[in-house]
Write a protein that binds this ligand. Structure first.
Ligand code: GAR
Length: 210
């Protein structure tokens, strides 16, 4: 059975591109990217989606209450009969009603090893600035199911890399993206599409290939 996936974006969309490329390589045979939603009409991610032939939709947050915005997103996803929602650099926090409707069907990629450098206010380059300022020797990325607590849902996959002496926030961000985010996000989507993720409380069990 085909898993209908929607990807929510706000910016450059390199994680969306990693998903599109994984599909093109044949790594996601059971997945259809059915919709890309952006809150930002200027997001380059929209161009990437169009180039890949994926339908797009813009829903702006501006001037709307969080609940109204969330309701619009939910309705759009339900109308498109989406099975899995991927937050890939989506920079708006949705209200809890979303996580009730899409519980264990929404995943997010975060550019740090949760529970470090996560939660409200930790996004984009800021995460890497904080990691370097703290002096950690490893960092990485996490893909997790999303619940009402910011970056607090059950962890699906993580990948770590070494922090180098000469790293700047920009170089660390780049390596975390290339070596971690773009690797584990397609893997997590594949596992979901194969029905191999079982959530038990806050633990995600990865089932053997059948
Ligand atoms: C990625 O590094 C993603 O992990 C991060 O924003 C970037 C988006 O890049 N997300 C967060 O910080 C969410 N807390 P992209 O638009 O090129 O995929």
């Amino acid at each position: 059975m085909l898993t209908r996936v929607a990807v929510l974006v706000s910016g450059g969309g390199t994680n969306l591109q990693a998903l599109i490329d994984a599909k093109a390589r044949g790594m996601l045979p059971n997945v259809e990217f059915s919709l890309v939603i952006s809150n930002n009409p200027d997001a380059y991610a929209l161009t990437r989606a169009k180039q890949a032939g994926i339908p797009t939709c813009i829903i702006e947050r501006r001037g709307k209450k969080r609940e109204t915005f969330t309701q619009l997103i939910c309705q759009t996803l339900q109308d498109a009969q989406i099975d899995l929602v991927v937050l890939a650099g989506f920079m708006v926090i949705l209200s809890p009603q979303f996580f009730e409707a899409f519980e264990n069907r929404t995943m997010n990629v975060h550019p740090a090893l949760i529970p470090s450098f996560c939660g409200e206010g930790y996004y984009g380059l800021r995460v890497h600035e904080q990691a370097l300022a703290y002096g950690v020797k490893v960092s990485g990325a996490t893909v997790h199911f999303v619940n009402a607590v910011a970056d607090g849902g059950p962890i699906i996959l993580q990948k770590a890399i070494a922090v180098l002496e000469q790293d700047t926030p920009e170089t660390l961000q780049r390596r975390v993206m290339e070596q971690c985010e773009w690797v584990i996000l397609p893997q997590a989507v594949r596992l979901f599409s194969e029905g191999r993720l079982r959530v038990e409380g806050r633990i995600v069990r990865i089932l053997e290939e059948s």
